[in-house]
Design a protein around this ligand. Structure first.
Ligand SMILES: [Zn+2]
Length: 167
């Protein structure tokens, strides 16, 4: 559905280029495997820039909603995606420590003359997903199973106590 998008990452950063678009969730195979439904779109904005330390980097924002599966009730959980990250481009053989900024996290990424933008967006979204997504207790469908009186009825110690009485 979406066409493949490839950029020369260093050129993109040096020239301060921008790319804005939408990606169908169904076109991201690694992400799709983790979802209850692959309907929907992720919107992204990628900008090239040069940091205050004269480093080429990419600023990426991704937003949208994903349908995850609640690990408690197995129902759909709508997870809002709001990724905002800066990616410092590192050439082969180069190494340095990125400088953290107040607003966004800064990560390192290999500079690539044929960087796949969809894969980059997918990587960053995968990193932001919760390991075990769950509804808050007040909205989860499973909450009725966890109220005290019902648990009390099947308390094995109470069962044992009543057996002892009958001996
Ligand atoms: Zn739930």
């Amino acid at each position: 559905m979406s066409e493949q998008l490839v950029i020369d990452s260093l050129e993109f950063a040096r020239h301060g280029q921008h790319l804005v678009g939408e990606i169908a969730v169904a076109d991201l195979p690694r992400l799709r495997d983790l979802l209850l439904s692959d309907n929907g779109l992720l919107r992204y904005r990628l900008s090239g820039e040069i940091s205050v330390l004269d480093r080429p980097r990419l600023a990426l924002n991704v937003s949208g909603e994903l349908a995850l599966e609640c690990q408690r009730c197995l129902d759909e959980l709508v997870f809002p995606v709001d990724v905002s990250v800066r990616l410092e481009l590192v050439k082969d053989g180069e190494s340095f420590i990125p400088v953290e900024e107040e607003d966004d996290s800064v990560d390192l990424i290999s500079a690539d003359s044929a960087m796949d933008v969809m894969a980059l967006v997918e990587d960053e979204v995968l990193l932001c997903l919760p390991i075990a997504p769950m509804h808050p207790p007040e909205v989860c469908r499973e909450k009725d199973c966890r109220v005290a009186p019902e648990l009390d009825e099947v308390n094995p110690f109470k069962v044992l106590a009543s057996l002892k009485k009958n001996v």
